[in-house]
Structure formats: structure tokens, C-alpha cells
Design a protein around this ligand. Structure first.
Ligand code: HDD
Length: 716
């Protein structure tokens, strides 16, 4: 006879107490679903061994295929149904496993288990993505990057579904379908792929001034990161953290890349579309395989509830940042991505992130964009992953055990035992039971916020400032970054066919950010711009702060050359001693020297030794690597100087502001290519040691910024 549940202790507390994840928990959980065919016979999905996998069953050697062939039919049936719908946005992505470890200051802000123990590593799965393009589009397009993290915590999954930019295009989720329709390839011809440079995007954003701040970010070099390890990440919305005493505070979430922030150059990014469309995903994969893991520090900006209205913008407005100079980012943990997925589809494609996946200690705010997101993700995933049981797909399963009375539907895996699938019940002893909220291991309790309001379909006047933070961002950029932004608006608008859309952007939007920005873009389009900001005062806003140095990519340059890839250009007759010395010295700095030759055939070095190249000149062209050294050896340099690809290599490196070194005769290649030899960032010397130190220092600045104004004259 079962007990009455109401007289029993409420919760599987003992079980919870025993249950602790560690860094390996998710990998171990996935392992039981992994399949390794080594040593196994080929069989059908029903287990029948297959004798011939090359020929379908036919009526005679030259006759028709027979319907009876269950082996053929099963194989083709499964193949025909391999594809699932791609994500409506963020379709192209790459992901990695890793862990998160809190610092000892984290627990004071949130009672979430993931923040309590500095010795504990919580498994994570992180997916980086572009937004606009299809699953097969290019990595290095001008776009926002998704930065979605699933924390498999002891208390369930917490998904932080962020981007590499801290604001968004719209303030209210009801505009999301409009925005996405406008930015996606146009509906009549599905052009352009992976780009915002087209009429519908600029039409929409120029009619929606609230998008101005985010559009400015996407016109900056932030829109094509060099490597996922070099991006910042942001939760965007203001969230809440709740501590053990039940006190809630506002929080903005940040990921700060420990390798510094670095971007590509627009011309380089475009060329990569053809040279290596998988540039970002390949680099992340290769780095993880070779043990060069990606590292990010997790930081929070904390605002006490009583300070909610102390800012000159609304904390609930997702088009606004809290400048780091006003509220510093406190580092409270670190994430390391250290394992590649075993299978792209099973993990990276089937993973389902949802900002509504939270655990006790983390809560939402009334940001109307966030509120809409809380609905949208589960909804879209029902279609994409074929019904409501996608939480059972291995990559989506929490490591924390879960039980409830949800049942059935498509593809159900769990075999629920027992007769009672309702609560309360007295048949199964009342299990599974609710857990009351508690400082730890409690049930989820929503922050008890008082709402006293009329139902209203309107935008708060406190969301009305559309320009002041765009101006703040513009003011905070370095000269080179500003020039790149001017070039970006000029380029994008050149692709807009309708003159009135171009003019609307140039005359009615850009001047509100900065009159000089508008004038320069206007000049490039033959459009005259106003001498005063045209927007009404309330839209221009009143930001007290004029500059925020943290908004420039220059604020977090790497300063070292760890993980950098350096092209070492060689041909027959190369000086092998120089080559060896360069490889060893670059490795000592944490970089990789990659030997690049005219073909893949082994090189005969000066002293007769054979050198096996890593790649050919057009196999790993300059855009795929970080900098170039022309290795000495008269014959080698002569061969490279007579090769169009050899000349182009150093011309492109020059154009893309890369540090260039030439040892011994190497300088002759630069001269033949028309690359100036007496300039910042170009290092010549008789021996490796003459050039190495300044070359390494220049690479630590990521680019030779002083060359920016001259680089465009290089025809490459
Ligand atoms: Fe979103 C995917 C990030 C606004 C609706 N979004 C998606 C992904 C990221 C973001 C990183 C990809 C997750 C993955 O790798 O699978 N989205 C954001 C951020 C936003 C944002 C940082 C603003 C702050 N999104 C937003 C709004 C809506 C959506 C306002 C709808 C109301 N987002 C979706 C979606 C996607 C998605 C359609 C597509 C596939 C998916 O969710 O699972 O539901």
C-alpha cells in the first residue's frame, strides 16, 4: 500500500545532494550514445548483416531494380530524409565543448550552483554562428556572431544565448520577424547571401532609428572577427542575479576573450569567402585539435535594484549598453573550450539553445525583446527538431536528472514507468514532487517584482533616445576604425539600388550619429548632408558620457603572438638555417611558422637538405595567415619574385596591414612586388635575430595601424 504523499518529506533531496557534475559529466553522458563502427559488421537498421553494399537487387544483370530490395529501400529512405530545416537565423555555426569555472567572488552575486565552488568545473557546449546566411554560407561575412553557451549545471541547463555585440537592432520582439525578413536574402531572388548590403535591409533600418546603434556596430570591424577566440560575447539584455538571501540585482553578462580582440580587414574578409569559406570554424577546430584551447573570462556588470533609474538610458532597452566606465565589468569566472564535437549534425546542428532555460539564482527582466525571446526559441525548435521531445536528444539533455509528468509525442525515447502521470497522485507515492525555493538546491522562484500597470500597447518614452550611444561608440573608435566604418557605409550603400533609401541613410540617420561621418559617406555618394543633426532632441538623447575607450577593439589587443600563424615563404635554394631558426623562435613565442612554397614538392635547400612544405602559395594564401616572413636564399627569393603568386602574397599582406619581415635576400621580393621597404611594420635584416623582436612586437598589435591610410594604394 502506497504512502500518502502529503505526509512524506517533499523532494528527492538526498539524491540532489549526491548529484554533482564535473568537467567530464556531459562528455560521459554523451559517450553512451556514441557509436564507433570499428571492428563491426555492416548491418541494416534492423540488425541484419549485409552481404553486398554495391549492387541493388535486380531482375537479371541488366534488368530493373526490384521493389523487394529492403536493403536498398532502407538505405535510400534514410538518406532521402537526412536534412532537417536549418535555423531561421544563426543557421551557420560551429561549436565546441569545454568547461566553466567560477572565481571565488562569484557566489556573492548569485545562488546558482554553477557559481558556488571555485574548484568545480561545469561542462559547457558553445555554438558560435553568423546570423543572416544559410547553413552553407561563408564564415567571414559582415554580420553579428552568435555566442550561445549551454551550461550543464547540477541544477539543470542554463543557456546564455548571446551575441558578439552588446546591443540589438530592435527594442520589441514584435519587430523581430520584420527585421529578419528585411536582412535575409530578398524574397524574390534569394540574393544576397550572408550580407546586409541590399535594399530591404537598409530600407528597414533607415525607417527604424532604434536600429542605428547596432547597425553602427555591424559597420565596424567587429562584424568579422579574426577568430572566435578573439571575440567578446554579451548577454545583451539586463538580466537578474539572485543571491542566497533572496536579494536580486540587475546584471549584464560579458565574455572577455583572453587572447584579446582582433578582427579581419574587410578586403581580407571578402577574399576569404572564396579562399577559405570555413575560415573561422576551421581555425577553431584545428586549434582545439592541437591543444590551443579557446579561453574567455566571464564578467558581470552589477546594478543594485535601487539604482535602476540612475542612468541616462533605460536598463530595459536592449539598444543600450552600460558603459564600462560607469559600471565596471567584474570578472567572476573563466571558460575553456577544449574538445571538438564528435559529430557535427548530432551535436552542433541538433543543439537547441533557449534564453528561457535558467536555473535558480538567474532571472529575467521586463526587457520587451527578452520577453519575446522567452517564447520564440522553444516554438521554433518544435518544428526544427520534430516535436516536443528534443530535450531528449543527447546534446540537449541536462546532466542533472529530471522527472516530470510530460509524456508521449514524436520520437519519445524515455520509457516512463508507473501508472501515475499526474500530480498530485497517491498511486506513485506522489512522485515526482515539487521542491520549495531554498538558498540552495531549491525549486525555481521568480523574483517577486511588483507590477501595477494598465495593459498598454506602447513604447516607454524612456526608450526614445536612438542616437546618443551610437555617437558614444563612434567617438570611442580609433582613427583606423573610423575610416573602416566610413568605408563600410559607403560600400553597403553602393549596393542599394534605390536612391531614396541611400539618401535617407545619409541625410536622416548618419548625421545624428556624427556630422563628419555623414559628410564623408555623403561625399562618396555625391549626396549633400545637413550641417545640424536633423532628429528631434528626445531621439538624440542626452548621454553624459562622450567616450568609452572600452568600445574600441584597440582596448584589448593581444600584445603577444600566441596562436598566430606566420607564413614562411620558401622555394628551392632557401637558407635552411634561417628557416629552422624562424620556426623554433616563433614556436617559443607560442606562434606557428608555416612553410609555404610554390608547390607541394619537397624543396631543395641551399645546403642540399630537403624541406617538406606545409602548403602552397595559393593553398594557404596570405589572407588565411597572420603575417609573412620572406626567408633568405638568393635562388629561392628569385623564384618567388618571378611568380605572380609570390608577389601577390606580400602585396596582400601589405594591403591588409600585416607585419612583414624579410631576411637576407628576402627584401628583393618586397621590392619586386612594390612593397615599401622603409616603413613601419616592414622589417629587413641580414639574420633572423635582426628582425625577430620588432616583428613579434608588431604582430602583438595585431595590425600595423599606421599603414592604414596607405594600404589602399596597393593594387592587390
Ligand atoms: Fe535569437 C537563434 C541570439 C533576439 C529568435 N538567437 C539565436 C541564436 C543566438 C541568438 C546566438 C543561435 C543559437 C544557436 O546557436 O543555436 N537572438 C540572439 C540575441 C538576441 C536575439 C543575442 C537579442 C538580444 N532572437 C531574438 C529575438 C527573437 C529571436 C528578439 C524572436 C523574438 N533566435 C531566435 C530564433 C532562433 C534564434 C528564431 C533561430 C534558431 C533558434 O532560435 O533555435 O528563435
Amino acid at each position: 500500500m502506497a504512502n500518502n504523499p502529503h505526509t512524506r518529506p517533499n523532494s528527492d533531496e538526498a539524491h540532489d545532494k549526491e548529484f554533482k557534475t564535473n568537467e567530464r559529466s556531459k562528455s560521459e553522458n554523451l559517450e553512451k550514445y556514441c557509436s564507433d563502427a570499428e571492428g563491426h559488421d555492416l548491418r541494416t537498421n534492423q540488425g541484419t548483416r549485409i552481404a553486398d553494399n554495391h549492387n541493388s537487387l535486380k531482375a537479371g544483370e541488366r534488368g530493373p531494380t526490384l521493389m523487394e530490395d529492403f536493403i536498398f529501400r532502407e538505405k535510400l529512405n534514410h538518406f532521402d530524409n537526412e536534412r532537417i530545416p536549418e535555423r531561421i537565423v544563426h543557421a551557420r555555426g560551429a561549436a565546441a565543448h569545454g568547461y566553466f569555472q567560477p572565481y571565488d567572488n562569484a557566489a556573492q552575486y548569485s545562488k546558482a550552483g554553477v557559481f558556488q565552488d571555485p574548484n568545480k568545473k561545469t561542462p559547457v557546449f558553445v555554438r558560435f554562428s553568423t546570423v543572416q546566411g544559410a547553413r552553407g554560407s561563408n564564415d567571414t561575412v559582415r554580420d553579428v556572431r552568435g555566442f550561445a553557451t549551454k551550461f550543464y549545471t547540477d541544477e539543470g541547463n542554463w543557456d546564455l544565448v548571446g551575441n558578439d555585440m552588446p546591443v540589438f537592432f530592435i527594442q520589441d520582439a514584435i519587430k523581430f520577424p520584420d527585421f529578419v525578413h528585411a536582412v535575409k536574402p530578398e524574397p524574390h531572388n534569394e540574393v544576397p547571401q550572408g550580407q546586409s548590403a541590399h535594399d530591404t535591409f537598409w530600407d528597414f533600418v533607415s525607417l527604424m532609428p532604434e536600429s542605428t546603434h547596432m547597425v553602427l556596430w555591424t559597420m565596424s570591424d567587429r562584424a568579422f572577427p579574426r577568430h572566435y577566440r578573439n571575440m567578446e560575447g554579451f548577454g545583451v539584455h539586463t538580466f537578474r542575479l539572485v543571491d542566497k538571501q533572496g536579494k536580486a540585482r540587475f546584471a549584464k553578462f560579458h565574455w572577455k576573450p583572453l587572447a584579446g580582440t582582433c578582427s579581419l580587414i574587410w578586403d581580407e574578409a571578402q577574399k576569404l569567402w572564396g579562399r577559405d569559406p570555413d575560415f573561422n570554424r576551421r581555425n577553431m577546430w584545428d586549434d582545439i585539435e592541437s591543444g590551443d584551447f579557446l579561453e574567455f573570462e566571464f564578467g558581470v556588470q552589477i546594478v543594485e535594484e535601487e539604482d535602476e533609474h540612475k542612468f541616462d538610458f533605460d536598463l530595459l532597452d536592449p539598444t543600450k549598453i552600460i558603459p564600462e566606465e560607469q559600471v565596471p565589468v567584474v570578472p567572476i569566472g573563466k571558460m575553456v573550450l577544449n574538445r571538438n564535437p564528435d559529430n557535427y549534425f548530432a551535436e552542433t546542428e541538433q543543439v537547441a539553445f533557449n534564453p528561457a532555460n535558467v536555473v535558480p539564482g538567474i532571472d529575467f527582466t521586463n526587457d520587451p525583446l527578452l520577453q519575446g525571446r522567452l517564447f520564440s526559441y522553444l516554438d521554433t525548435q518544435m518544428l526544427r527538431l520534430g516535436g516536443p521531445n528534443f530535450h531528449e536528444i543527447p546534446i540537449n539533455q541536462p546532466v542533472a536528472p529530471f522527472h516530470n509528468n510530460q509524456r508521449d509525442s514524436m520520437h519519445r525515447q524515455t520509457i516512463n514507468k508507473g501508472q501515475a502521470s499526474y500530480e498530485p497522485n497517491s498511486i506513485d507515492d506522489g512522485w515526482p514532487r515539487e521542491t520549495p525555493p531554498a538558498p540552495q538546491n531549491g525549486g525555481f522562484e521568480t523574483v517577486n517584482e511588483r507590477i501595477d500597470a494598465n495593459k498598454i500597447r506602447a513604447r516607454s518614452p524612456s526608450f526614445g533616445d536612438h542616437y546618443s550611444q551610437a555617437t558614444l561608440f563612434w567617438n570611442s573608435q580609433s582613427e583606423a576604425e573610423k575610416e573602416h566604418i566610413i568605408a563600410a557605409y559607403t560600400f553597403e550603400l553602393s549596393k542599394v539600388e534605390r536612391p531614396w533609401i541611400r539618401e535617407r541613410v545619409i541625410k536622416e540617420i548618419l548625421p545624428n550619429i556624427d556630422l563628419e561621418l555623414a559628410r564623408r559617406v555623403g561625399e562618396n555618394h555625391g549626396v549633400e548632408t545637413p550641417t545640424e543633426k536633423p532628429a528631434p532632441a528626445d531621439e538624440l538623447g542626452k548621454s553624459a558620457q562622450q567616450e568609452s575607450p572600452a568600445l574600441s577593439l584597440m582596448a584589448r589587443l593581444p600584445h603577444d603572438i600566441k596562436y598566430r600563424k606566420v607564413a614562411l615563404l620558401v622555394a628551392d635554394g632557401v637558407d635552411a638555417d634561417q628557416l629552422q631558426s624562424l620556426q623554433a623562435k616563433l614556436q617559443a613565442e607560442g606562434a606557428k611558422g608555416i612553410v609555404i612554397a610554390p608547390s607541394m614538392a619537397p624543396i631543395k635547400a641551399l645546403g642540399g637538405q630537403s624541406v617538406v612544405p606545409d602548403a602552397m602559395l595559393n593553398g594557404l594564401p596570405s589572407v588565411t595567415l597572420d603575417s609573412v616572413v620572406v626567408v633568405g636564399g638568393a635562388e629561392s627569393v628569385k623564384t618567388l619574385s618571378q611568380s605572380g603568386l609570390g608577389l601577390y602574397y606580400v602585396q596582400e599582406a601589405y594591403k591588409h596591414l600585416k607585419a612583414i619581415a624579410a631576411v637576407g635576400e628576402g627584401k628583393d621580393l618586397l621590392s619586386a612586388a612594390g612593397v615599401p621597404t622603409q616603413e613601419d611594420g616592414i622589417f629587413l635584416g641580414a639574420a633572423v635575430d635582426d628582425v625577430l623582436t620588432p616583428f613579434v612586437e608588431a604582430m602583438g598589435q595585431h595590425r600595423v595601424w599606421s599603414r592604414d591610410s596607405k594600404a589602399n594604394s596597393m593594387p592587390a
